[in-house]
Design a protein around this ligand. Structure first.
Ligand code: 4SX
Ligand code: FE2
Length: 400
């Protein structure tokens, strides 16, 4: 299906990856299909999405510099921080059942990683007053990319914060921002490297999670989120769309299907964290264990085979309702001529290749996010209603 809005893996995304002059006021016009200006029917810029001129606290105008800014060179989605209300119960779920390795433990925090992970952690669970997302953290390629991140988001008018090494245990100096989509996002370069566990088969439990694979975020304007991440140099692997609207998109920096994906709905909210397992049997084994322990209520959707990404999956809900996906066998996207794979919203295989229905909670429920001030951020409802309402991606009662 030809879609007016989403460029197949065109020049603009690759330009971004080559770290050309994408930035500032030029960002929007570079989003084109073979030279055509990008015109999406629902691409409402929304406050803060376009790099509008801003005046910094010191009175200097950021706008003039914005056109020469380059985005930070993002390597991958690396870790997330979740606020949980009962750390002991979270430990039971994430460590004893799912099988994460514990890098470090404090009275009010747990630092967990998968067995392939070389970074200090993939997940921080922090005791808090309510369940929430504290941060989505991306690793960048160099220390200079921290400066680029700070300048880039300041030029967008976003709140930014420079954090010293150790502000998060195991993580070097970092920049935290409240991004234009309303999410608390961290960029870091350096991290401590704990013991290599790749061949410690003797330690493994549960689904033997290997590493963080992706973030999935809920946003009221999917096309706007797509634009924002494209300006940061992310490429698109797959979409769900019709002739009127972009319902969902999967975008990557590392050479897999995604580092981040967007689900339409009231946002900003975290939809799920996706963790990679090496083999489908590890995911099935975890489901068997949950059944044996009469803990099957933690299974929300699947197991199954996604249409989008081709990954084998299951979604679980942790004791606070945070959603986690165990995910395996997606594909390599590193070839430069990789084309966007576009699913019609009418294709019943798009979300489950075997046609199984998606449960209503999967579309409706998600985790609130914290601002840099540590307070829960208000959400914005979906602004646009699909002209053609098909399945749950069109927000009807049909939850396929
Ligand atoms: O449900 S989808 O098939 O659209 C899907 C959801 C594909 C890949 C994912 O990681 C995901 O969370
Ligand atoms: Fe996912």
């Amino acid at each position: 299906m030809e879609h007016p809005g989403i460029a197949s893996q065109g020049a603009s995304a690759r330009e971004g990856r080559r770290r050309g002059s994408v930035g500032g006021a030029r960002v929007r016009t570079e989003h084109c299909v073979r030279g055509q200006p990008r015109r999406h029917p629902v691409a409402g810029a929304g406050p803060g999405l376009a790099p509008t001129p801003v005046t910094r606290a010191d009175g200097t105008a950021a706008a003039a510099g914005a056109s020469v800014l380059t985005p930070p060179d993002v390597v991958r989605s690396a870790y997330a921080e979740l606020a949980v209300t009962d750390l002991d119960r979270s430990r039971w779920f994430w460590v004893d059942l799912l099988g994460f390795a514990v890098t470090a433990e404090e009275d009010d925090a747990l630092y967990l990683r998968g067995y392939d992970e070389l970074t200090h952690h993939n997940l921080v669970l922090r005791q808090g007053p309510e369940a929430a997302l504290g941060a989505l953290a991306y690793r960048v390629r160099s220390a200079e990319d921290l400066d680029r991140a700070e300048a880039w988001f300041a030029a967008l008018g976003c709140a930014t914060e420079r954090r010293p090494a150790g502000a998060v245990r195991g993580i070097g100096e970092a920049v935290r921002v409240e991004d234009p989509l309303g999410f608390p996002v961290e960029f870091f370069f350096a991290a401590e490297h704990p013991e290599r566990l790749i061949q410690r088969y003797d330690l493994r439990r549960g689904a033997e999670p290997a590493r963080l694979d992706h973030f999935n975020i809920v946003v009221p304007d999917v096309a706007g989120a797509f634009e924002h991440y494209r300006s940061l140099g992310f490429s698109c692997s797959e979409t769900i769309e019709d002739e009127h609207r972009l319902y969902a998109a999967w975008m990557f920096r590392k050479q897999s299907v995604h580092d981040v994906a967007f689900t339409g709905g009231a946002g900003p909210r975290l939809h799920h964290l996706g963790f990679f397992a090496h083999e489908a049997h590890q995911i099935l084994h975890l489901c068997d264990v949950l059944g044996s322990l009469d803990e099957q209520a933690h299974i929300e959707r699947g197991p199954g085979r996604h249409g989008v990404s081709n990954a084998f999956y299951v979604y679980l809900r942790d004791p606070d309702g945070h959603r986690v996906e165990l995910y395996t066998s997606d594909y390599f996207t590193g070839d430069p001529d990789h084309e966007v794979f576009r699913w019609s919203v009418r294709d019943p295989r798009r979300r489950d290749f075997w046609g199984n229905a998606v449960v209503a909670s999967w579309y409706a429920e998600a985790t609130p996010v914290l601002g840099l001030d540590g307070k829960v951020r208000p959400t914005t409802e979906l602004t646009e209603v699909a002209e053609v309402t098909v399945g749950a991606d069109g927000f009807s009662e049909d939850r396929r």
